[in-house]
Ligand binder design. Sequence first.
Ligand SMILES: Nc1ncnc2c1ncn2[C@@H]1O[C@H](COP(=O)(O)OP(=O)(O)OP(=O)(O)O)[C@@H](O)[C@H]1O
Length: 234
Amino acid sequence: MSNELVLACYNVSRTYQDGKLKVDVIQSLDLEVKPGESVSIVGASGSGKSTLLHIMGGLDQPSGGEVRLMGQPLKDVSQKELGLLRNQHLGFVYQFHHLLPEFTALENVKMPLLIGKVGKAEAEQRAKEMLEKVGLGNRVDHRPSELSGGERQRAAIARALVTRPKCLLADEPTGNLDRKNAQVILDLMLDLQREMGTALVVVTHDEELAARFGRMLTMREGRLMPYSMAAEQL
Ligand SMILES: Nc1ncnc2c1ncn2[C@@H]1O[C@H](COP(=O)(O)OP(=O)(O)OP(=O)(O)O)[C@@H](O)[C@H]1O
């Protein structure tokens, strides 16, 4: 039943008007994300992967079609409600950590809880627990500049998951890391996804990492299709 889905896209399209040129980046795209499942999306550069993730996360509006978050069509909600829905149900991780430089890891991770009106004491405790989970229990008072690249990404994952979202959306979360750190961060995301029952949708260029997800999709000609190595080499 559709209302059991975490996220759903039905007949979604996105067109950019670039001067006289109209670019159909996404066309008649359908996607259903079930609770707790892990989905990877690969595809050529410029195929529309980031655009899709922005639309799924309510950061961009589709030109047509419908996006539902926890069964709620996003086009029906006000900006304020959208903000609440996103804070409540979604976590975001990007290629670059986007931690606020003047705040410590703990303060950064607490922030979405405080925005979501969780009390200060509970926010502090949950943020500490989440930092422990990502292996940063001994780095809570470090500022981003005092963390390694892998540690910053761990802190960004903690910040995204501290609200216990139904779905984590990640755009090239390992794109800025070396191979070893990329593997470690991906393992961490998949472990947390299973442990917390969070659905995980990741966009990546890395087909080897993408193959470790429950479902691997390719973005091609504005649509998603099951990944097939043979088709990729055409
Ligand atoms: N604001 C915009 N205005 C016009 N065109 C845009 C805009 N944003 C993206 N595009 C175009 O839409 C297409 C898809 O971009 P998108 O960033 O979604 O691709 P991608 O698959 O994530 O690429 P990459 O893997 O290189 O990050 C590109 O051709 C891009 O130039």
